[in-house]
Ligand binder design. Structure first.
Ligand code: CO8
Length: 261
């Protein structure tokens, strides 16, 4: 594994086909400072370029996935500065990742931490996880999806309650609301995420990328357009060898041998 200043990266799974990123800024409960997000972006670049990696797991430490944007770094900034530098827009690197990303969340996922989890494709949570958008408490509002992705994930009333009160919800409620797909004991979340990631990484990487793109586009399009886009991507799979191989293998009652082409 490679230890950088704020993160640890590694490759996991029996076939070493899972990219692993651990946020590791323990002293500040993984507050997402500029340096940390830059390291995450670099790690994503590396894993996207790595032909063996088929899925990525993003996790934190037991106490915190991430306690938000770095308040110390933000507190003295002015409007003119944040606008001119398009402050925190680089975080979109995660949402734009073509390979599937699973967030394995233990402890606090607050503010930007909750938003980073929501930029991932699947969220697994440990029993101690706490999700919240507490920006209102410090005089600002969510700026990376907390008023948008959260609403789409759990509906308006629950999302409004969270962003207007700043109150946290626990893992069980997050699962009930549909924010996370599964809850596990704290010491098992990462392994479970890696297991699912290995399963996903076993499929054709072209197909998983198209599948992810179809789901995500649906959030941005009217249903009719989304269905059209989906249909075209479905048609596009017929231009791949992996589609032919997958269906042929089924007919021949054998395992497919995908070549990502
Ligand atoms: N930023 C910087 N430092 C932090 C942060 C943070 N978000 N959260 C915790 N820390 C630091 C603390 O300052 C403390 O440092 P030190 O030991 O040097 O005093 C250390 O981490 C441990 O924290 P606590 O002592 O507070 O630990 P507790 O167990 O008492 O409390 C909490 C844990 C509840 C998580 C508490 O730390 C807390 O409330 N943190 C702030 C949570 C928060 O408000 N997050 C939202 C930040 S705003 C945001 O994310 C806006 C996103 C906008 C994105 C826009 C993108 C375009």
């Amino acid at each position: 594994s490679t230890e950088r200043e704020y993160i640890i990266t590694d490759k996991k799974g029996e076939k070493q086909n899972v990219g692993y990123i651990q946020l590791n800024r323990r002293k500040a409960l993984n507050a997402l400072c500029d340096g940390l997000m830059k390291e995450v972006a670099t790690a994503l670049d590396d894993f996207e370029a790595d032909k063996d990696v088929g899925c990525i797991v993003l996790t934190g430490i037991d106490r915190a996935f991430a306690a938000g944007a770095d308040i110390m770094e933000m507190k003295d900034r002015q409007f003119s500065e944040v606008v001119a530098s398009d402050f925190l827009t680089s975080w979109n690197r995660l949402a734009d990742c073509k390979k599937p990303v699973i967030a394995a969340v233990n402890g606090y996922a607050l503010g930007g931490g909750c938003e980073v989890a929501m930029m991932c494709d699947i969220i697994y949570a440990g029993e101690n996880a706490k999700f919240g958008q507490p920006e209102i408490i410090i005089g600002t509002i969510p700026g990376a999806g907390g008023t948008q992705r959260l609403c789409k994930a759990i509906g308006k009333s629950k999302a409004m309650e969270m962003v207007l009160t700043g109150n946290m919800i626990n893992a069980e409620d997050a699962e009930k609301a549909g924010l996370v797909s599964k809850v596990f004991p704290v010491d098992q979340v990462v392994n479970e995420a890696i297991k699912t990631a290995e399963q996903i990484a076993g499929y054709s990487k072209i197909t998983t990328a198209l599948c992810k793109e179809a789901v995500n586009k649906g959030f941005e399009m009217p249903l009719k357009e989304g269905l059209h886009f989906e249909k075209r991507l479905f048609h596009a799979t017929f231009a791949t060898s992996d589609r032919k191989e997958g269906m042929t293998a089924f007919a021949e009652k054998r395992k497919p041998n995908f070549t990502d082409s």
